[in-house]
Design a binder for this molecule. Structure first.
Ligand code: SF4
Length: 177
C-alpha cells in the first residue's frame, strides 16, 4: 500500500465557527511524488507547486494536502474528522494505484484573484486594516501578507457568510487562517 497510515495530530475549534473543528493529520510517508497525479485525479483542486499544497473541497470541508501532512477545516465533530481522514487516505491510495493510467499535471489551476475576495468585503475603504482600500486588502490576502481577521468589519455581526467565503478562498490558495 502506498500510504500505510494517516494519523490525527491535533483538533482545534475553527477560528470562525466554534461549532466546527479543524484538524491536522500526518502521513506515514512523504507523498510529494504523487502531487502531479493527484492534481489530475482531483479535477477541481488547486495545486500550488510553489507553496507545496494541493487544496480542494469535500462538501463544506476544505482539505489542504502538504507533502507530509494534511489540514482539514470546517468539520462537524471527531467522528467526521476520522471519517474524513479515512476518505483522504483512500483517495491517496486510489490515486497511487491508478498512477499508470493517470497523466501527471504540474500546472496550477487558476488561482482566485483579488476581485474574487473583494466581492465579499465591506467595501467601505475605512483603512483600519492598515491599507487604504478594501481592494488593496484583497491583494494582501491573495499574496498571503494579511489574514482575513485583519478586517475588523468582516468580523461584525451580519457578515458571517462573507467572512466564511473570504476564508474559503484563502484556504483554497493554501494559506492558513
Ligand atoms: S478594514 Fe475591512 S473594510 Fe476597512 S479597508 Fe480594510 S478591508 Fe476594507
Amino acid at each position: 500500500m502506498y500510504l500505510e497510515n494517516l494519523d490525527l495530530n491535533f483538533i482545534q475549534p475553527c477560528t470562525t465557527d466554534s461549532n466546527r473543528i479543524r484538524i491536522r493529520g500526518s502521513f506515514s510517508r512523504n507523498i510529494e511524488d504523487l502531487f502531479p497525479y493527484l492534481n489530475t485525479y482531483l479535477k477541481t483542486g488547486i495545486y500550488n507547486q510553489k507553496a507545496g499544497t494541493l487544496t480542494f473541497n469535500y462538501g463544506p470541508k476544505i482539505i489542504i494536502i502538504y507533502k507530509e501532512e494534511v489540514a482539514v477545516s470546517k468539520l462537524l465533530n471527531e467522528t467526521d474528522a476520522f471519517e474524513t481522514l479515512d476518505y483522504i487516505k483512500n483517495l491517496i491510495n486510489d490515486c497511487a494505484d491508478k498512477r499508470e493510467e493517470i497523466i501527471p499535471n504540474e500546472e496550477m489551476r487558476k488561482l482566485p484573484s483579488p476581485i474574487d475576495v473583494y466581492e465579499f468585503l465591506p467595501k467601505i475603504n475605512c483603512g483600519k486594516c492598515g491599507v487604504a482600500t478594501c481592494l488593496a486588502f484583497s491583494t494582501k490576502l491573495i499574496n498571503g501578507t494579511f489574514k482575513p481577521n485583519r478586517c475588523v468589519h468582516l468580523g461584525e455581526r451580519g457578515n458571517e457568510k462573507n467572512k466564511e467565503e473570504v476564508e474559503k478562498i484563502v484556504l483554497m490558495i493554501g494559506y492558513d487562517i
